[in-house]
Design a protein around this ligand. Structure first.
Ligand code: XIL
Length: 371
């Protein structure tokens, strides 16, 4: 009798602890927590593609189910000379994704930055069109059926929504946009084709982006999605602005992907917004306030910011195909060197020692409390 009483007293505790155990096993990783919503991706640098660091490699495999190459598929690396392609690393990148059953995103075919020098010298429209056709057709056909989506054109817009006077625009006019999407669709009719940019959640650039999408469609190009890079700040853009953009792009029948998510916690020179890789500024102690450690108060702000962003993403999961972080951990982030070299930034969910941060817990918790 006494024994039974004891057991009855303990029963609620036993049930509670088994529930907790279940919670822990169900929400084990980002990709599993969000698997019904959208892909959770990361950008891989060359060392990660080559699996050089075993600890990083197991973290990548555990947490992410989509990959983008941070640099190695950009034209300066993959097409260094007119008659020379170098696919050594991109072959490894695609094989890595296949081996781990990940969604593989190609970044990027037509972009004015990180261009091979020989490309910037093309002045003639016939030559430029021939280059674009060869470049896009060669790369997209090579990975036909293996790469799941492509950034066909990256960053063609100015902040006011007008078209950037890039080497492509200067030689071919706006028709280059339509042609790029046509060449890509011809090379792999089934692959998803994206236009990708930064700040294209901001109203004026968003308007320009919507016009650009309409032009591509009107010209007979196939476009399946828009990539919002999402190089964001603690205070901006507002959740409302992001939501308006999700709704506006998806109203055009496009998938929305957040393709390069990170959140800077450092001061911005002249309140710079965006991600123009050609902008660089002088460093100073004032601009690098947390060289050793991120203060708890900022850690909490970052966690709250990530939570509100992911809450919005989950609300619109039917419109969002993928959310990709621009890097695996803080130590790897490009924001340590841009727009000022040699700073210590903390923009991702894992710290430089690969430990999950408060921001990771807050993104995970969002799913646990709901289910
Ligand atoms: C960045 C990389 O992260 C850096 O390593 C490189 O030095 C510059 O480019 N928008 C893009 C990305 O589309 O390709 C850029 O990546 C960041 C901004």
């Amino acid at each position: 009798m006494k024994l039974i009483n004891h057991y009855l007293l303990l029963l609620p505790l036993i049930i509670l602890s088994s529930c907790n155990a279940k919670k822990e096993t169900t929400a084990i990783s980002l990709k599993d927590s969000y698997k019904k919503d959208f892909y959770i991706g990361t950008a891989l640098d060359a060392n990660q593609i080559e699996e050089k660091n075993a600890k990083e490699d197991s973290l990548i495999k555990k947490e992410f189910n989509a990959i983008t190459a941070e640099n190695i598929m950009k034209s300066m690396f993959v097409h260094p000379a007119k008659d020379k392609y170098d696919f050594a690393l991109s072959d490894k990148f695609v094989a890595y994704g296949e081996k781990n059953k990940m969604f593989i995103h190609g970044h990027t075919l037509i972009w004015h930055s990180q261009l091979a020098p020989w490309m910037t010298e093309i002045k003639d429209s016939t030559e430029m069109k021939a280059f674009m056709k060869d470049h896009i057709t060669t790369i997209v056909s090579k990975y036909k059926g293996r790469i799941d989506s492509w950034d066909v054109v990256n960053e063609a817009l100015n902040e006011d929504g007008t078209l950037r006077k890039s080497v492509f625009f200067n030689t071919l006019g706006e028709q280059y946009l339509v042609d790029a999407f046509k060449f890509a669709a011809a090379a792999d009719p089934k692959v998803d084709l994206y236009y990708n940019d930064y700040n294209n959640e901001e109203p004026s650039k968003r308007e320009g982006n919507i016009n650009l999408i309409k032009k591509i469609k009107a010209g007979g190009g196939k476009i399946d999605g828009v990539g919002i890079q999402a190089h964001w700040r603690l205070e901006s853009p507002s959740i409302e602005t992001i939501e308006e953009s999700i709704l506006a792009y998806s109203a055009l029948g496009l998938k929305v992907a957040f393709t390069e998510l990170d959140i800077t916690v450092l001061p911005n020179p002249w309140d710079l917004k965006g991600a123009d890789v050609n902008q660089n500024f002088e460093g100073s102690a004032k601009m690098n306030p947390y060289p050793e450690k991120l203060p708890d108060s900022v850690q909490v702000k970052l966690a709250e910011r990530y939570a509100s962003i992911f809450k919005l993403f989950v609300k619109h999961k039917d419109k969002i195909s993928r959310v990709t972080f621009w890097g695996v951990h803080d130590g790897q982030s490009w924001l340590n060197d841009w727009p000022i070299r040699g700073r210590t930034n903390y923009p991702l969910l894992f710290d430089k020692d690969l430990k999950p941060k408060k921001a990771y817990q807050s993104v995970m918790k969002l799913k646990e409390t709901k289910e």
